[in-house]
Ligand binder design. Sequence first.
Ligand code: ADP
Ligand code: MG
Ligand code: MG
Ligand code: MG
Ligand code: MG
Ligand code: MG
Length: 678
Amino acid sequence: MGLLALGTPLPWFESRAYNEHIRNEGIEQLLYIFQAAGKRDNDPLYWGDELEYMVVEFDDRDKNSMLDVCHDKILTELNVEDLPLCGANDVSFHPEYGRYMLEATPASPYMNYVGSYVEVNMQQRRAIAEYKLSEYARQDNKNKVHVGCRSVPLTLTVFPRMGCADFLNIKDPWNHKNAASRSLFLPDEVINRHVRFPNLTASIRTRRGEKVCMNVPMYKDTATPETDDSIYDRDWFLPEDKEAKLASKPGFIYMDSMGFGMGCSCLQITFQAPNINKARYLYDSLVNFAPIMLAFSAAAPTFKGWLADQDVRWNVISGAVDDRTPKERGVEPLLPKYNKNGFGGISKEAQDKVTKIPKSRYSSVDLFLGGSKFFNRTYNDTNVPVNNKVLNRLLENDKAPLDYDLAKHFAHLYIRDPVSTFEELLDQDSRTSSNHFENIQSTNWQTLRFKPPAQGAIPEEKDSPGWRVEFRPFEVQLLDFENAAYAVLMYLIVDSILTFSNDINAYVHMSEVWENMKTAHSRDAILNEKFHWKKLFRGENDVETESCSIDEIFHNTENGIFPQFVTPILCQKGFVAKDWRELKHSSQHKRLYYYLKLISDRASGVLPTTAKFFRNFVLQHPDYKHDSKISKLNNYDLLSMCDRLTHLDDSRGELTSFLGGEIAEYIKNNKPAIDSKV
Ligand code: ADP
Ligand code: MG
Ligand code: MG
Ligand code: MG
Ligand code: MG
Ligand code: MG
């Protein structure tokens, strides 16, 4: 996805009249897709990552670092006049929710193992963004705006002072109302200017009938206040301005709008499978890797200017787009006077059909897709509501009837309403457009996404993407080196799963995956928590799990990721004879050794997670007052360190303490080789 087309987004109270139309047509589109692409086979293992950046402005005189919402023309330019530059460097830039955000991917996917090209490509993305921003800084200086400031794209999972005083680089964001989010903390200027994004924000809030609400536990220090004292009285919006007192809880950081979640950054990786059955098998096999990789990549210990008593972003985003009404959540409305019977913005006609929905549309995977010899329907043991009309249509039709387990997956996605409807897109030719299907599909944000092709992807059409699986839990890491390491790790796991698909049975019970997802949020989960993990991956009908630490999950001989997934695929490729550590002495794959060493040392707790490193920085800062709060200066110094780490500046020894001496030395002295992309 490059630039978004313009159009007229319908506000919720108009768009809801088309919900059923969009669902009906979306399902017909899906059936045409299955009819066209169901028999594709032998597609290559194409894959690619997505990195999300926050553009941070450093004001070195005022010692403040802010989110930069003034230079978002960068996205247009990178997709218009700089498109040849991007193309020549094999990179592509995309819009994201935040006005200060960029997303970048390789322009064309990788195929199979590409060595350190992933990191090279990531460096090209960052270099182009940095070049553009430095050009803007020069122009600004000439025009006497943002004088003495510099903006840098950082791969930060969460901006520590999101929603605090002076967190944006505009003068007076509160001299007008923030109508889209109605947040007490985030001006609408955090939201991407494209009409889609403020409309989506307003639609979610309107459907829910209340502002979204996220309560994250505060990190408890000696002088931490009992309650979130950043909440204040305001009378701009009735009833929204009355909600905070009822929605917030003692001991928790209170957040009230979409930007707190969708304004976070992540690393996602998409893999193409040879055919639909292998794609289903791959998806199912990765389900329980998701919570593990979330905990493993922890990089979000701060929210809204507070240290949190958790290390990851996930439940914040989950809450940030939770459009369920009180009725659907099974709770009382905050202000019954304004939200009669808890139906939120649901139309009168749709109210009888309202049922309880256990989870937000942004959450962990709900269902295994099945379809392999290892699958047993009883593994889907959680309460997952489905849209029965959709289920029946998918099962019985003359286009391409689906089997029950696959039909159930889509029928679950289709319990949701569209929340982003454009007037111009209401009427489509469902034989050729998949826009209605994607409307619902792409606003179900789970830890994995099963990505079907388009109707044009008939078996002979190899240039059109096939059946893909997207791995979405990773928190983004600061360095390209780290992000490349995590992406390559997932590539190796995926290649291993597909190569040894006759033997690898990764199924566990879905209820255990849901529990793992909760556990993954704990502070220092990597050191202190135990997760449900498969006892043996090579057993026909076995779903037995045991309780394992992250260290055990990566290193155990019988069921660890290194011995059971990484080493076997490296042996199969002929990179090593017995153990991944042999890579250290390889001339060709030495960098891969350091990727894997970083992962191994983080998993065993030898090296800190990003979350732990940041938390310690905040706690040890001279300006820290033991109140769990992150001052402007603390934030400025933390992000300045992030900038140094990103650029491998070890002048203060920070890179060495973050990555350990051996890895730091290696990456300071060795640039990734520009291997060819094959
Ligand atoms: P989305 O935002 O919908 O997840 P993006 O286009 O931002 O999609 O990212 C998709 C990723 O998938 C990119 O890294 C891209 O290089 C990669 N990709 C593109 N085509 C294929 C393919 N056929 N198989 C696997 N991955 C692909
Ligand atoms: Mg994307
Ligand atoms: Mg994105
Ligand atoms: Mg996207
Ligand atoms: Mg995002
Ligand atoms: Mg994606």
